[in-house]
Design a binder for this molecule. Structure first.
Ligand SMILES: *[C@@H]1O[C@H](CO)[C@@H](O)[C@H](O)[C@H]1NC(C)=O
Ligand SMILES: *[C@@H]1O[C@H](CO)[C@@H](O)[C@H](O)[C@H]1NC(C)=O
Ligand SMILES: *[C@@H]1O[C@H](CO)[C@@H](O)[C@H](O)[C@H]1NC(C)=O
Length: 517
């Protein structure tokens, strides 16, 4: 079985190497978030290994790698700090619209500052700079504007599912009942009537806001950088040659996709190398007879910014349990920290997951972390905060991989019960083992797919042939056709009525005549 897979991969590599020349690729991952960056790293490494030359605009530069030139955009994190981004996402504000507007404002600032960065500007204005392929992340499609300068085939990337208005532009199914915009309305099937109504309204508002308010304001700023002829962003999304999305059909709900949309989810970013644990950490894990709980809220939600009440719930509950706890915590001191909790700014997460004493992962439901836990069969307790996390939490529950609790209404009792349930119910482990097997039982790994299709686009200088024919809204919903048919029916009814009354009056008149005779 394994030999066959290795053989297959070898054939795959050999074939593609022989048919694809070495290309120059410009890649940009503007979102300042570690998880967005790591989702794509294996792609850059693999493309570089195959001889392509990559210029990578990244907020989290890697070590030096042959064939990869990195443009360091880590200053983006300073902007986030100044704008209090972590406070925004950790301490939720009540009004979701206000939250969204502030959230967008921060990312808009970051994305445009990146495009105005001297190194990026030098590249844009260097007339001899040419690329064979652009690979650009789309959370907000601002950096797609680079295609106006470099005029090369364009691949969009996303480390999570896209908003419905972008799916619409790509010709993918974006029905609000089948596919709620989960960043705004985190519903998972089956939807109740109330959820269907809210999803439809929220979808319409988000599309109108995106296309008629947010879009135009970003478009005009983009034109200042790439010239007046720069297309609208929503059109740039619709005109990408391909879109690669880190969506995993085993976890996410199934959506009808056009062939230029490639799903590469499935946890291929999870490194399969076991690195030895630091000595003190290893000793701590080895000595945890009752088991280990690993607690991390990822890189956006900061544990030290949590409300005092939530911190109290966590600390008191965990101190009363017999488990040892590793908590990824950003500051050095945490008042009232019990002895069974070890805090640190960073832990080697996947190496800890490999330890046999691991019992539970308490997570904010970031997709990458969830995939890592699934691959290592670690049951989860989800405490989702923002973005795709709430819906990921529902997926976690729906697939029986763990339990989800809300940070807004968490009490000691709920937290404790959830922990005990996940640790003591063996069903979660069984579901995890099955899911991990499904992750790896694929015709090609996500990485192989992405590399193959990237080289397809390079070889064929684009993939416009795979683009579905888009039609305007009124045609898609057949409004014109229905109006026409309705008019026909009305005309028919009207004429029938006219004929009928004419006929009746004839009969009436003739019968009158008859009587008069
Ligand atoms: C312009 O781009 C070319 C091609 O990448 C490069 O060789 C050259 O050094 C660049 N010029 C400047 C001034 O950066
Ligand atoms: C990691 O490697 C081991 C041994 O080489 C293998 O048994 C296991 O299936 C691999 N796991 C993944 C996720 O690829
Ligand atoms: C926490 O640590 C910081 C330095 O890391 C120190 O300045 C501060 O006084 C400490 N606070 C408490 C409550 O110990």
């Amino acid at each position: 079985m394994r030999a066959a897979t290795v053989f297959k991969s070898f054939i795959f590599l050999a074939c593609s190497i022989s048919t694809c020349y070495n290309a120059r690729i410009l890649a940009s991952i503007p979102t300042a978030s570690y998880s967005h960056q790591v989702a794509f790293r294996p792609i850059w490494k693999e493309l570089a290994k195959r001889g392509h030359e990559i210029v990578l605009m990244t907020t989290d530069p890697m070590e030096d790698i042959e064939n990869i030139k990195q443009i360091d955009m880590s200053f983006s994190y300073d902007i986030m700090k100044k704008e209090k981004y972590n406070e925004l996402v950790t301490k939720k504000i009540e009004d979701p619209f206000k939250f969204y507007v502030k959230f967008v404002a921060i990312f808009k600032k970051i994305y445009f500052e990146q495009l105005r960065h001297p190194e990026v500007q030098a590249m844009i204005h260097n007339k001899s700079e040419q690329f064979d392929l652009l690979m650009i992340e789309v959370v907000f499609p601002i950096h797609l504007g680079l295609v106006e300068r470099f005029k090369a085939p364009l691949i969009g990337l996303s480390s999570l599912d896209l908003a419905n208005r972008f799916h619409n532009a790509l010709g993918n199914a974006a029905h609000p009942v089948l596919h709620p915009d989960t960043a705004i309305v985190p519903y998972f099937y089956p939807l109740t009537l109330k959820e269907r109504i809210l999803s439809t309204i929220a979808g319409a508002i988000s599309t109108i806001y995106g296309n008629y308010f947010l879009g135009p304001s970003l478009d005009s700023e983009l034109q200042k950088i790439f010239g007046e002829k720069c297309r609208k962003m929503i059109d740039l999304v619709g005109e990408v040659d391909m879109m690669f999305m880190n969506v995993n059909p085993i976890l996410h709900s199934i959506r009808a996709l056009s062939p230029r949309t490639i799903l590469f989810g499935g946890g291929f970013h999870v490194e399969n190398k076991t690195k030895p644990l630091p000595k003190d950490l290893k000793r701590y894990l080895d000595n945890a007879e009752n088991g280990i709980i690993y607690f991390s809220l990822g890189s956006n939600v900061k544990s030290h910014l949590l409300s005092d009440n939530l911190k109290k719930v966590f600390l008191e509950t965990l101190s009363e349990l017999p488990y040892k706890v590793l908590w990824k915590f950003e500051t050095e001191n945490l008042s009232y920290k019990p002895d069974n909790i070890w805090i640190s700014k960073w832990f080697p997460q996947t190496d800890i997951f490999k330890h046999p004493n691991m019992k539970l992962f308490i997570t904010q439901c970031g997709l990458q972390s969830m995939e890592e836990a699934i691959m290592h069969h670690i049951p989860m307790l989800g405490i989702p905060f923002l973005g795709d996390q709430p819906v990921n939490g529902k997926i976690l529950e729906n697939r029986g991989l763990g339990v989800r609790v809300s940070p807004d209404s968490l009490t000691k009792e709920i937290f404790r019960n959830a922990i005990e349930e996940v640790i003591n119910n063996h069903l979660y482990k069984i579901n995890l083992i099955n899911t991990a097997e499904l992750f790896t039982d694929v015709e090609m790994t996500g990485l192989e797919k992405v590399v193959w299709w990237s080289e397809y686009v390079i070889r064929n200088k684009g993939a416009k042939i795979l683009k579905s024919t888009g039609v305007p809204f009124y045609q898609y919903y057949m409004l014109d056709v229905m109006v026409f048919i309705l008019l026909m029916i009305l005309t028919f009814l009207f004429l029938s009525k006219k004929c009928f009354s004419l006929f009746m009056s004839c009969i009436f008149r003739s019968s009158k005549k008859y009587k008069e005779q």
